[in-house]
Structures are given as C-alpha cells and as structure tokens.
Design a protein around this ligand. Sequence first.
Ligand code: ADP
Ligand code: ADP
Ligand code: ADP
Length: 212
Amino acid sequence: MRIVLVGPPGAGKGTQAQFIASHLSIPKISTGDIFRANVSGGTELGRQAKAYMDRGDLVPDEVTIAMVRDRLGEDDAQDGFLLDGFPRNVPQAETLKKMLAEWDLRLDIVLELVVDEDEVVRRLSGRRTCDKCGRIWHVDFDDKQDDICDDCGGHLFQRDDDKEEVVRHRLEVYAEQTSPLVQFYADEGILVGIDATGPVEEVTNRALAALR
Ligand code: ADP
Ligand code: ADP
Ligand code: ADP
C-alpha cells in the first residue's frame, strides 16, 4: 500500500506511523526525521535545511522533493510506503503525483488525523524523542518520571522546534500551506479522516480499520 499521513504538528503522525508501518510491513518515511538526522550528522542536506527548521518554516520544495525522490527509489519502498510529513503543500502533492505516475503508480489512501488545536499544543509541549531509537514519548500521557527511553535505555530530548514560539509559527504554516492538502486529496477521492483523540492504541485501531 502507498499511504500518506496528514494532520497538524502534534496530531500523532509519527506515533501512528511507527505502528501502522510495522503492522503493514512497509517502510515509514518521515521527512522530519530524515532532515533531523542530516542536521545532527552535519551533512550538506542538513546544512540547507537547518535554518528553516529552526524557525518552523518549510524547507524549500526543491530540497525536500529531491530527498523524497531518492528515498522512494530505494529498494524497500518499491512495494509500498507510508509517508509521514510529506507532502506539506499543494506543489509537493502535485509533484508526488507526477513522480508516482512516471512509475505507473498512485497513492492508495491519505489518512487525515483530526485533532483540535488545544490538544495539539498539549501534545507538542510534552513531546520527547529518544536520541537512540527515535521512539516518541509524552511526559504526561506516558507518565515519564525520568528522561530515559523505556524501550532502549536511550536519552529523551525535547526538539528545539517544540518551544512555544516556534510551535505557534508551525501551526500557522500548517493552516496556510498544509491544510489545503485535505481538500486536494478529498478531490482526488482518496482522503479518509479519522478521530485522532483518545489513547494511542485506539487511534491505531481506527487507522488500521480505515486502511482495510
Ligand atoms: P511535526 O512532526 O511536528 O509535524 P516534522 O518532524 O514533520 O514535524 O517536521 C519538522 C520540520 O522539518 C518542519 O517544521 C520543516 O521545517 C521540516 N519539514 C519536514 N517535512 C517537510 C516537508 N515535506 N517540506 C518542507 N519541510 C519539511
Ligand atoms: P534512480 O534515479 O536512482 O535510477 P528512479 O527513482 O528513477 O531511480 O527509479 C528507477 C525505477 O525504479 C523507476 O523507473 C521505477 O520503475 C522504479 N521505482 C522507483 N521508485 C519506486 C517506488 N517507490 N515504487 C515503485 N517503483 C519505483
Ligand atoms: P506529529 O508527528 O503529528 O507531530 P507525534 O506523533 O510526534 O505527532 O505526537 C506528538 C506528541 O503527542 C508526542 O509526545 C506523542 O507521545 C503524543 N501523542 C501522540 N498520540 C497521542 C494520543 N493518542 N494521546 C496522547 N498523546 C499522544
């Protein structure tokens, strides 16, 4: 299956992507994760992306699209993939459509995670990420008393762009640039919205039911 996840920052895309992708045995391709790995690895791509990410702006389309094209060309993505965080605007969505059409392919489904803004802010302000395995945690919802990953023993950190100022800007960027994708994919007839509130497992079950 070829799947895209959309929803505002903090909706739970990364959290759900890890479960859905492993359930369906397809790779999870998270553009935010790839950018962050390149920033911390000090690569040329990371150097190009960093200033935009720090401000909460989108990295330019040429840079992002070239990266996604390379990733989709890898062997593990040939029979399906789950995109998390891409596309982020209508031009990216149009390019993805053309890219897939060149390979005689199309997306099967776009899953929209629906949550209100108060919940998103609550989720982002407590988000922590493991520096070793990448697992996403929440200080309150996962009742984290320390900053150690229960899965692998790595250290949990707060993303720089989860600071309040930057969060506010990322939400504006979502409203202006990313939310039009919902209509774009509704017009394509492949959009399915699910309620993304409630426990993580319940949301995963709703997502898997929508994908059947
Ligand atoms: P979140 O999970 O909170 O929505 P991401 O991890 O997806 O955030 O993205 C973090 C940052 O990486 C974004 O604010 C943006 O700067 C950059 N980024 C990620 N995906 C894209 C994309 N498709 N286009 C442009 N920039 C992107
Ligand atoms: P490269 O530029 O590294 O040769 P491309 O992205 O041009 O790789 O892909 C080469 C061929 O592999 C394409 O013509 C297409 O048939 C196939 N291909 C690439 N990505 C995918 C994908 N995600 N799913 C299915 N087929 C793909
Ligand atoms: P996104 O990738 O959409 O930005 P994340 O998956 O990183 O969102 O989730 C943001 C924060 O919310 C994380 O701290 C995560 O642990 C938490 N979270 C995700 N799903 C839920 C849920 N169903 N209930 C409570 N917290 C959640």
